[in-house]
Design a protein around this ligand. Structure first.
Ligand code: GCW
Length: 707
């Protein structure tokens, strides 16, 4: 959309705004639909970062035919504003070195050439060229070679068959199982296009808490219909499977992975899947985790379970992503358990198995150290799992740009092979020639018109794809791209929005859980603070007190050598660094140590004072975001502007709620005053402790805390 039409539309909005309140919305929509239908649709956020207006006249040549190439061609014909483009599917030294997803783009005064040895590479090159155009890069003399860092770049949907989405805050599941396979919503294609435009090449359709039903022939026919839509966008379909499917779905008496009948059942099932979907990607498995069935139910190991599935998938080129998210209530520190359970099996997995590891050792907290499993395995492929959906970061009410969180993990040095052994290197470099490299993000996508709920949550989907392609990109670079593609703002406003985004994750850490605190979340839904939560008979490792361990002496989980000794799971020099209260990075201090309230911090303040300052800093940050956002009002369409404004209001309210709840609760132990220069609490502890937010797992609370 050019500047003039933006101004015109804003003028029209104002004019229509004069009409009475109830007529206003309908009137506005009809009026704008008549004048400029694309605008109304566009600014509800549904076009996300692909908001190019069609120019419809580019010259594009491609001598080969395929569904994917024809998408590339159409995209360029409609949206490319430059010289003629030639799409070259060819195998030469350069294209072979870039692989079938990689591409080369060259341009000169005659035109542009995009070449790749794979059709997917041509498609990715196409979207890259359009991205360069739309972000204002001069495309007249390009010489670009790109290849993705990870072979598999996957979204994990936690979508249930009843269309609820576990930890989803953007409406219902996109997959309309009742209508499929007969009816294929146009949104499936739009979704695939958005994914392809950032290089995502696979999707796990269903929740890791998987229903055995997903493997029924009835559902496979529905999944085939989705796979048929996704295929031409270069997207492979994967499924989460329930380990007890042979018994639960197949009617066998056991699901023991060493039982011959069970093995046969999986082989037959896999064959059936490939009859429906010849390019099926493979299985994702959550086993013996949070009450789900797994090989241990039969006295077998993770390796036995994973290998059985791997053997069934291997003839078809399918893979198994076996999750390491395992922990049991007991004496052992939860943060240590995944490492302890998986390390003994290093090297015991088949080559088409990859262990999927959450970024931190506990569970997608606003800040955790990286999981020690990343720097540990030497003969088993390991892949990072990030959470794009904001289970622990304010759902889609809070603005939290997560590239900063993921980069912190990817850039972390594991020291496995000396300095420079970053998580990125450990996971993107194959450990052995056939080793899988992969990365997954738990999707934040649903039926909301703008896909993700919060308009800025789209940036996390975008950033995940971009980082999966190139983890060397900085959070700032990705934010800049996204802002340019998503809004039409002058540079100064872009800068303000970028500042908000880059500061947002740290702000959330500060007002929720600074200095290494973790899991202070309310029971079940994980939205607000409940550091006091104590449910009779519930698992202790699901209680906040298990993690904060506040008492009159201090606060924090002692994971040093004299504590749970989780530090031992890290290579030197990290083990020593984390082990001492004096050398431990302060942002992880309470993760690794139980620290006295009077402990002197680097700022010269006591721990208690520092905690108060951090919480306050978080609140002040979000208030500053509100001001900065209000300033960009003239440069954002009314719909998205108001949406973000409304959510920032909630975020400020929630930030104050978090600060008051945590400080007033911990103050009972610290018995020290909140420094007088800081804002006073706005709530009473008793009120907050009485308050229960009435939400299920699947909804986003509309207004945060209010009584
Ligand atoms: O963080 C926890 C979530 C569960 C989720 C689980 C997992 C899908 O609270 O909702 O289940 O992690 O990752 O398996």
């Amino acid at each position: 959309m050019n500047q003039t039409s933006v101004v015109n539309i804003k003028f029209l909005c104002k004019a229509v705004g004069c009409i009475g309140a109830s007529v206003k919305r309908v009137g506005l929509i009809c009026f704008l639909l008549l004048c400029n239908g694309a605008y109304v649709c566009a600014e509800d956020g549904s076009r996300a970062w692909l908001r190019i207006d069609s120019v419809g006249k580019a010259e594009v040549t491609c001598h080969r035919k395929s569904a994917t190439l024809s998408i590339a061609r159409t995209e360029l014909t409609k949206f490319w504003k430059g010289k003629p483009v030639v799409l070259q599917l060819l195998s030469n030294k350069v294209t072979r070195s870039l692989g079938s997803d990689g591409y080369a783009i060259f341009s000169d005064e005659k035109g542009v050439k995009i070449s790749s040895c794979g059709v997917r590479g041509i498609l990715y090159g196409t979207y890259h060229l359009l991205r360069l155009q739309e972000t204002g890069i001069d495309c007249s003399a390009l010489s670009i070679k790109e290849k993705p860092a990870y072979q598999y770049r996957l979204l994990n949907h936690w979508d249930n068959l009843d269309r609820t989405v576990e930890r989803g805050y953007a409406g219902r599941s996109l997959w309309n199982w009742d209508e499929l396979p007969e009816v294929c919503s146009p949104r499936y294609q739009a979704y695939a296009r958005l994914n392809a435009s950032v290089g995502i090449n696979g999707v796990v359709l269903n929740n890791v808490n998987a229903s055995p039903q997903i493997l029924s022939s009835e559902y496979l026919a529905k999944i085939k219909a989705l796979a048929d839509v996704f295929r031409s966008y270069g997207i492979q379909v994967f499924l989460s499977v329930n380990f007890s499917s042979p018994a639960a779905l197949g009617g066998l008496s056991t699901s023991d992975p060493l039982d011959e009948e069970v093995r046969r059942w999986w082989k037959d099932k896999v064959q059936e899947i490939y009859r429906f979907i010849p390019d099926f990607g493979g299985f994702l498995v959550k086993a013996n985790s949070e009450g789900l069935p797994g090989p241990q139910d039969f006295g077998r190991t993770h390796a036995d379970g994973a290998n059985m599935l791997a053997d069934a998938l291997e003839p078809f080129g399918g893979i198994v992503m076996w999750r390491a998210f395992v922990y049991n209530p007991g004496d052992e520190d939860r943060a240590k358990q995944a490492y302890q359970e998986f390390m003994p099996f290093d090297g015991a997995f088949r080559k088409n198995v990859v262990i999927q590891v959450k970024n931190g050792p506990v569970d997608f907290q606003p800040r955790e150290p990286f999981s020690p499993l990343f720097g540990a395995m030497r003969q088993t492929a390991v892949m990072p799992e990030f959470q794009i959906t904001q289970e622990y970061l304010g759902f889609s009410n809070h603005l939290a740009y997560l590239a900063s969180l993921w980069k912190e993990c990817l850039d972390a040095d594991t020291y496995r092979d000396g300095k420079g052994s970053t998580v990125m290197r450990m996971t993107a470099t194959p450990l052995f020639p056939e080793a899988i490299t992969a990365i997954a993000g738990v999707a934040n996508i649903g039926t909301d018109a703008n896909w993700c709920g919060h308009p800025f949550a789209q940036a996390n989907w975008y950033a995940f794809g971009r980082l999966a392609w190139n983890p060397h990109l900085t959070s700032g670079e990705i934010a800049e791209e996204w802002i340019r593609l998503t809004f039409d703002m002058p540079q100064e406003a872009e800068q303000s929005v970028k500042e908000i985004m880059l500061e947002s994750r740290e702000a959330v850490v500060s007002y929720m859980m600074p200095l290494g605190l973790h899991h202070l979340f309310a029971w079940g839904h994980h939205y607000g603070p409940e550091p006091w939560c104590a449910i009779l008979g519930a698992r202790p490792d699901w209680m906040p007190s298990y993690y904060h361990k506040a008492d009159t002496f201090g606060i924090g989980f002692d994971r040093s050598r004299t504590g749970s000794n989780a530090v031992m799971q890290y290579h030197e020099p990290l083990c020593t660094l984390y082990n001492s209260m004096d050398s431990c990075p302060e942002e992880l201090l309470l993760w690794f140590h139980h620290v006295p309230w009077q402990h002197k911090m680097r700022s010269g303040r006591t721990l208690w004072e520092e905690l108060c300052y951090k919480y306050d800093e978080g609140v002040q940050h979000v208030k500053a975001f509100q001001r900065k956002w209000d300033e960009v009002l003239p440069h954002v369409d009314a719909e998205r502007f108001r949406d973000v404004q409304k959510r920032l209001k909630i975020q400020v309210r929630d930030a104050v709620w978090w600060k008051d709840a945590c400080l007033l609760y911990f103050q009972q132990y610290a018995r020290l005053p909140i420094p007088y220069e800081l804002e006073r609490p706005q709530h009473n502890l008793e009120d907050m402790m009485d308050f229960k937010l009435n939400i299920t797992n699947f909804e986003c609370p509309p207004y945060g805390f209010s009584r």
